[in-house]
Ligand binder design. Structure first.
Ligand SMILES: Cc1cc2nc3c(=O)[nH]c(=O)nc-3n(C[C@H](O)[C@H](O)[C@H](O)COP(=O)(O)O)c2cc1C
Length: 182
């Protein structure tokens, strides 16, 4: 059984990035356990409390620590990842030498209103993951532009091309996680 967690960089109730995560969840086999781990309640990272953090951080680190793979769904905020997602990564990257994100396999997807579909944010995230020593899957990439046209009012993905991409991505990501498993 693979244990995969999803981290969504948007806290918006109707977030398209969350919808992407839920679509991927629907594509997973029953040999995969998947949970979207909430990051909106994490306090702002403060190094003064990194060794003695509040319960929300302890719970977050525990879930990340026991995951076989991490699926990031990032919006693009001002050409980068959201502060919310970066904050979660900060918590997972400390304390030095004991980071729960260290050596995790991961992949990234993203949806945005613009035509580049979070490509700038995804490349920022990849850069961040180098420092954190996360093993990011190189491809296939999933960048969903003009997101509002891809889902119906109920949140269901209705764009066939995007669905095909997500299917290929999901298969590749599961293989990546298996391959990188210690
Ligand atoms: C603070 C902020 C900055 C944004 N910056 C960008 C941007 O740089 N590029 C882009 O394509 N969209 C940008 N957007 C639009 C987001 O792509 C859009 O709001 C998207 O739906 C957010 O993802 P979500 O649906 O998961 O919340 C920005 C939105 C916000 C709120």
């Amino acid at each position: 059984m693979l244990n995969i967690i999803g981290l969504c960089g948007s806290l918006r109730k109707d977030s398209y990035n969350r919808k992407l995560l839920l679509t991927i969840q629907s594509l997973l086999s029953n040999k995969v356990q998947f949970e979207i781990v909430e990051i909106g309640d994490l306090p702002l990272f403060n190094q003064d409390i990194e060794l003695n953090p509040p319960e929300t951080v302890i719970a977050f680190r525990k879930k990340v620590g026991s995951a076989d793979g991490i699926l990031f769904a990032t919006p693009e905020y001002n050409y980068s990842v959201s502060a919310v997602l970066k904050n979660a990564i900060e918590w997972g990257s400390r304390p030095y030498g004991k980071a729960v994100l260290n050596s995790k396999s991961a992949a990234v997807i993203g949806a945005s209103t613009g035509m580049l579909g979070t490509s700038r944010a995804q490349y920022h995230l990849r850069q961040i993951c180098v420092q954190v020593n996360i093993y990011m899957m190189n491809g296939p990439e999933v960048m969903v532009p003009f997101e509002a046209k891809k889902f119906d009012e109920t949140g269901k993905l209705i764009d066939e091309a995007t669905m095909e991409k997500l299917q290929k991505f999901t298969t590749a990501f599961m293989a990546w996680v298996e391959k990188m498993k210690p």
